[in-house]
Write a protein that binds this ligand. Structure first.
Ligand SMILES: [Zn+2]
Length: 264
């Protein structure tokens, strides 16, 4: 993976300034605290911000830890789903902490720019995995799309790329509890056919998501885009869950009790 580009470091500084301004403005109405350690005074304190930056500084290839991903889909992750990155992502997605978008977008931009040299030359569409309808009703925003749009506004997307919301959930396919409550066979079954894509034929696409666990979601996104006529050349995620102590495989043989669970 290449060294973090200068423009991404500039984005990180800009994200820190944006967080400070947001915190100053918001604290007039509501006391602001660090999303990780709860220190008062800022959305992300200096120490946690530094640790978050470090956790996303060395993107890596993560597809080998996702047993349901299937072949031919390289995945670049900005960092591991743990510690500061996991805390910030959870707070952003489910805790109403949209003030963390700039700093998370900086991490995603790092991964995108690290992955871009491996893509074939020419225009590439960055296609976010859409939030499930039930989660969208709860959150009122689409986290991955918001992060990508933040990157686009700051001009830190890789050259030749554009954000394109070409994926949609098919209505009623994923009702009920979040998929992380299901086992691997259940995830694969529930994901299959859950997405559809309307995409220009032959378009070169990269799927973008927030967290990589088993890979079932990315596999379904890639399937839908390919079924729509796109050429899917890779995927990028903000965070990859650390693989379980007992490796999972794509088959559905039962794992020993307490083993093989992804740590979400
Ligand atoms: Zn902190």
């Amino acid at each position: 993976m290449p060294v973090v580009p200068h423009r991404v470091r500039a984005l990180d500084r800009a994200a820190a300034r944006a967080l400070d301004r947001l915190a100053e403005a918001a604290e007039v109405l509501v006391p602001v605290e660090c999303a990780v350690c709860r220190a008062p005074g800022s959305s992300l304190c200096r120490g946690c911000r530094m640790l978050l930056r470090r956790s996303c500084a060395r993107p890596f290839e993560a597809s080998s830890t996702a047993p349901l991903l299937g072949p031919c889909l390289p995945v670049t992750a900005a960092g591991r789903y743990a510690h500061e990155l996991a805390s910030c992502l959870l707070a952003f997605k489910d805790g109403g902490r949209t003030d963390l978008a700039p700093v998370l977008a900086a991490g995603l931009a790092t991964a995108l720019r690290a992955a871009a040299p491996s893509w074939p030359p020419g225009p590439v569409l960055l296609v976010p995995v859409p939030t499930a309808p039930s989660a969208l009703r709860r959150r009122w925003f689409d986290p991955v799309l918001v992060l990508l749009e933040d990157c686009a506004r700051r001009g830190v997307l890789p050259t030749g790329t554009a954000v394109a919301g070409h994926l949609r959930h098919r209505g009623g396919v994923l009702p009920g509890p979040a998929q992380k409550r299901f086992g691997r066979a259940g995830r694969r079954t529930r994901q299959a056919g859950s997405l559809r894509a309307v995409v220009p034929a032959g378009a070169r696409c990269v799927v973008v998501d927030d967290v990589l666990t088993t890979g079932a979601t990315l596999a379904e996104a890639a399937r839908a885009l390919r079924a729509g006529g796109a050429d899917v050349v890779g995927a990028v995620v903000l965070a990859a869950v650390r693989p379980p102590a007992v490796p999972l495989t794509a088959d559905s043989r039962p794992a020993p009790p307490g083993a093989g669970e992804y740590r979400l």
